[in-house]
Design a protein around this ligand. Structure first.
Ligand code: SAH
Ligand code: MG
Length: 218
């Protein structure tokens, strides 16, 4: 496939599957105006996250890397009515922005923003939560640390629960063929770990920058 053809296919995907409501469009505008980095997932990936969350019990989700809350809102919309999302972010200006967005989207009660470095916050969370209690994990923070996030989170994932990982194939600064790039290598390690994990069924969705989807076997 030529790069031009691939671009046209992506334009098609965006046209047909990339719709979002005014609340999310407004979040994106405000994030741009506030100078947040333009690295959130897009609406096509957001829709996928919501759909996949809906295939689980939808009681508890954990996101690593909140930014402005765009992906968190999609995930929260895929949870059950009483579902809860814990989202982790180290940058105070990002948590402040996201908290405002969650309040406005009427999701402040079901989204718990934890500010701090992911590995520190995860160490606390893993003590708070029961094993097998998490239905959806979404990784989207520091790619170099992906395998470490997973080492902490794997025991928490319920049978039938999902691990979803953004930037499984690329980001704005590397692609999966750039061997030796530390962020690429982190994503690659976790891709390979999941592909070979007998406890999980895993597949790669090459949407946008790649989304790894893995489901804990029953
Ligand atoms: N999931 C978001 C985008 C996340 S971008 C969305 O699609 O809407 C990655 C975020 O991870 C950034 O906000 C960055 O500040 C945060 N981050 C990077 N390293 C981190 C770390 N070690 N701990 C916690 N957050 C981190
Ligand atoms: Mg990402």
């Amino acid at each position: 496939m030529t790069p031009q053809l691939w671009d046209s296919i992506n334009d098609y995907i965006h046209e047909v599957f990339g719709r979002e409501d005014e609340a999310l469009a407004r979040l994106e505008r405000e994030a741009r105006d506030a100078g947040l980095p333009d690295i959130a997932v897009n609406a096509e990936v957001g829709r996928l996250l919501m759909l996949l969350a809906r295939t689980t019990r939808g009681r508890l989700a954990i996101e690593v890397g909140t930014l402005g809350g765009y992906s968190a809102i999609w995930i929260a919309r895929g949870l059950a009515a009483s579902g809860r999302l814990i989202t982790i972010e180290s940058e105070p200006s990002h948590t402040a922005f996201a908290r405002r967005q969650f309040k406005r989207a009427d999701l402040a009660d079901c989204i718990d923003v934890r500010e701090g470095l992911a590995l520190d916050v995860l160490a606390t969370i893993t003590c708070e939560l029961e094993p097998n209690s998490v239905d959806v994990v979404f990784l989207d923070a520091d790619k170099r640390e992906y395998p470490d996030y997973w080492a902490q989170l794997k025991p928490l994932v319920a049978p039938g629960g999902l691990l979803l990982m953004d930037n499984a194939l690329a980001s704005s600064s590397w692609t999966i063929v750039d061997e030796g790039h530390p962020h690429r290598d982190g994503a690659d390690r976790l891709n390979r770990l999941l592909a070979d994990d007998p406890d999980f069924d895993a597949a790669m969705i090459p949407l946008r920058q790649g989304v790894l989807v893995a489901r804990r076997r029953d």
